[in-house]
Design a protein around this ligand. Structure first.
Ligand code: ZN
Length: 431
């Protein structure tokens, strides 16, 4: 896999898929200096490099709005460059990265540093800045300055905004800046001693649990605050059936709330903690939930309650994860397996069509974050993902491009593959 500069390229024989209308058009695409110069059939490649996309779809480049790139501060887990490699391999040309770095993304220079570090990759990196200084939950960060530097949203992710008063003020400021507050929804007094979902399996294993209630109670609070302030709350990594119900009801009332689901929360359940023998790659926040919650994620995607699909890509080094379950950090990587799991769990069973699934991975995150929307049309910058939804493959260690390998999906069946991405004049061919 290379991430080289390929200013001119002719992509031949692919099917251009518009995720908004579902329209499919078979055509060649000629890219000149990183810009779409021509779309048509039988285009003459002349001396330019070509890519054979026959049998594959081409859409606008995908975006994962919830990743942890770990830089600055934790470069032994991931760097911006290695995170971008994992993203491109997963079919993503854009990511929004969370602020629990060291220093956290709570000053403008950190925002600018991150954007600059991603410059020579095929991926657009959008920093999400802190709600509070040091993510300490006490006083608001300089939100206007952070937004001016390029922050696209605010979050203390890794931690919730515990104080309702601070959340209220954050929503008042962020609505002036037209940016969402993304909250890691957790009432810590209910869940902070837990290591997995509180339920049948945790009882049997004797592990302290995190009840769904800790997530739901915080979402209920944030919906009330969104209604009161008019500020936009984006519920991070939703994971329970009741949480989906709360968001569904709030949307019906016209309250400005949106949400996302991580691929692992619709693909696997908390029973994996037991069957994988307490493997720490089953430990994440929110925790894996039972089948009824997994079913509710699919229902929420199908009826539009859940806007976007994300990964919460959270790299940890093996020395950090290879410890006892209760000592291990929360989180797994996800960028490389995102589409294979979406294909397997969402597209193949007919929960969503290919176009609808791609919408939640491309259009929806950019709408939520008010970003410019790429377009597969002449004169636009080429920002493309080339993929299929049918290839059966098994996720292996060679598919891991992240600096860390903490995933429970090695050896798991996948359906659908991201074959290549093109963005910023760079072509990444995953074959
Ligand atoms: Zn989180």
């Amino acid at each position: 896999m290379t991430q080289e500069s390929v200013p001119n390229l002719v992509i031949q024989g692919g099917i251009i898929l518009d995720p908004e209308s579902g329209k499919q058009t078979k055509a060649d695409i000629r890219i000149e200096n990183g810009v779409i110069a021509e779309i048509g059939s039988g285009l003459d490649a002349k001396d330019n490099p070509t890519y054979d996309a026959s049998g594959k779809f081409i859409s606008i480049g995908w975006m994962d709005m919830h990743v942890h790139l770990r830089e600055p501060g934790y470069e032994h887990k991931e760097t911006i460059v290695t995170g971008c490699k994992a993203a491109a391999y997963g079919g993503f040309t854009a990511v929004a990265c969370m602020p629990n770095t060291n220093p956290p993304i709570h000053t403008r220079d950190v925002v600018e540093f991150i954007i600059e570090r991603a410059e020579h990759t095929a991926v657009d990196v959008y920093p999400i800045a802190c709600v509070s200084k040091n993510r300490a939950g006490e006083s608001l960060a300089e939100m206007a300055d952070l937004a001016a530097g390029g922050a696209v949203a605010f979050s203390d992710d890794g931690s919730p905004v515990q104080s309702a008063g601070l959340m209220r003020h954050a929503l008042e400021y962020s609505s002036m800046l037209k940016k969402p507050i993304i909250n890691h929804e957790e009432e810590l007094s209910l869940g902070n001693k837990g290591h997995m979902h509180e339920g049948e399996v945790s009882t049997r294993l004797g592990l302290p649990g995190i009840p769904g209630l800790s997530e739901e109670i915080m979402i209920a609070r944030d919906i009330l605050l969104a209604e009161y302030t008019g500020g936009h709350v984006h519920v991070a990594h939703i994971s329970t059936a009741k949480a989906v119900d709360l968001v569904r009801e709030a949307k019906k009332k016209g309250i400005p709330v949106t949400t996302e689901v991580c691929t692992h929360h619709f693909a696997i359940t908390d029973s994996l903690v037991e069957t994988n023998n307490y493997h720490t790659n089953t430990k994440m926040h929110p925790p894996l939930r039972p089948q009824s919650d997994v079913d509710a994620m699919k229902q929420g995607l199908a009826d539009g309650t859940i806007d976007a699909i994300c990964t919460d890509h959270a790299p940890h080094a093996s020395f950090e994860k290879e410890v006892e379950y209760i000592s291990a950090p929360f989180g797994i990587i996800g960028l490389e397996s995102a589409w294979g799991l979406t294909g397997r769990e969402i597209v193949a069973p007919g929960v969503l069509s290919v176009a609808q699934a791609v919408f939640k991975l491309s259009v929806a995150p950019r709408q939520i974050l008010h970003l410019d929307m790429p377009s597969v049309s002449v004169g636009q910058k080429a920002n493309l993902t080339i993929f299929d939804a049918t290839t059966d493959w098994t996720f292996g260690t060679s598919d891991i491009k992240s600096k860390s390998a903490n995933t429970p999906f090695v050896g798991s069946p996948m359906k659908g593959k991201a074959w290549a991405v093109y963005n910023k004049g760079r072509f990444v061919n995953n074959a």
